[in-house]
Design a protein around this ligand. Structure first.
Ligand code: FE
Length: 357
């Protein structure tokens, strides 16, 4: 027996029971009478990012213009973002997480914060040594040495190993050994040289420190210029940023210092990434994937990298950056970023052991 809509009485009973248990909206979606999209918010995604450059906002606006997907930006430091995601759990609105340094991306992945990217476009665009299944590098940076050429000969500091030379006693400045940038560098050494040699080197560098580690990389460069030390470790973009600064004090810092590409006669300079992935609980997975693919697209890569004076990850995209051009070409260590990033717990143990606070 059927009623006017063609449903049997038995089916009707099921429907009524279903409507009661599902709630009306869900039930209409279940019936196909209402689109799930109609109940979801407008096309948008929520980005948790540790990047904070105004030039990024223009790129996000370009993404919205192209796709109609609005980008809600939440900016904070890397660690606070990871903590926030952990505390929000499945209720988090975050779709994409962008972090600086492979060590942090690896740590976020270990916390289960990412899901597989599932993107052929990302696999095609980004070299395999700069990505994993769950996260991708979107820009690269190098860990360089900065010297005072009046006090230290460039020919005496050809590599990271030279930070440990007895002649460098009292001349070396670094940030805390526990910082991800340092842990990644130590991780690369652990892979190459093993734990004993790495620990020996770390002990010798700590013995050469001009002062206890403090501040960020820019502070180390400034300490070289001011004479507090003569040799420091920094990420390349901090030096490039000073080069491009119009402040006289920054220009003076640059004029008194020299950047060295370490390990050119060996495997090459340690290279790291900033990058991101799709949050495991992302409400808008498709938009999140489209956003990462957009950041890895040829048109956008140069501008995205330039926002922080870094290099694009996509082959055949040149950095459009006068400071990087001036610093010239260098040989980059091809070690996969995930390989050294995975060493960070062991690296941290060595930091604690040798007291590189
Ligand atoms: Fe940084």
């Amino acid at each position: 027996m059927t009623d006017s809509k063609g449903f049997s009485q038995a089916t009707r009973r099921h429907f009524l029971a279903g409507a009661a248990s599902l709630g009306l909206t869900s039930f209409l979606i279940f019936l196909g009478l209402a689109s799930p999209l109609a109940t979801a918010k407008a096309k948008e995604l929520t980005l948790y990012t540790a990047r904070h450059y105004s030039s990024d906002d223009a790129l996000y606006a370009e993404f919205t213009r192209k796709t109609g997907i609005k980008v809600n930006v939440v900016s904070a430091g890397d660690q606070p973002l990871i903590e926030r995601l952990k505390s929000e759990g499945p209720a988090s609105p975050a779709d994409v997480l962008l972090l600086a340094d492979a060590a942090r991306l690896w740590a976020a992945d270990q916390e289960g914060l990412f899901q597989p990217l599932g993107s052929n476009a990302l696999e095609k665009a980004i070299p395999s040594d700069l990505r994993t299944t769950n996260w991708v590098g979107l820009t690269t940076r190098a860990r360089v040495l900065v010297i005072d050429p009046k006090r230290v000969k460039a020919s005496d500091v050809q590599g990271y190993s030279d930070l440990a030379r007895p002649e460098m006693k009292g001349l070396v400045c670094t940030r805390s050994g526990s910082h991800p940038y340092m842990l990644s560098l130590f991780g690369a050494m652990l892979v190459k040289d093993g734990p004993e040699k790495t620990e020996q080197w770390m002990r010798a560098v700590v013995a050469n420190l001009a002062r206890p580690p403090k501040g960020g990389d820019t502070d180390q460069i400034r300490a070289v210029a001011s004479g507090e030390c003569a040799l420091a470790v920094s990420n390349s973009y901090y030096y490039a940023r000073l080069m491009r600064s119009s402040k006289p004090a920054d220009q003076e810092t640059v004029s008194k210092t020299q950047l060295i590409w370490p390990n050119q006669a060996m495997a090459g300079t340690h290279v790291n990434v900033s990058g991101g992935g799709i949050v495991r609980t992302a409400p808008n997975v498709t938009h999140a994937r489209a956003f990462l693919e957009f950041l890895a697209s040829k048109d956008i890569q140069a501008a995205f990298a330039e926002g922080n004076n870094e290099w694009p990850v996509v082959k055949d995209v040149a950095a459009n950056n006068p400071a990087l051009e001036k610093l010239g070409k260098f040989k980059a260590d091809p070690m996969p970023v995930a390989q050294f990033a995975a060493q960070q717990r062991r690296a941290q143990q060595l930091v604690d052991k040798v007291g590189w606070k």
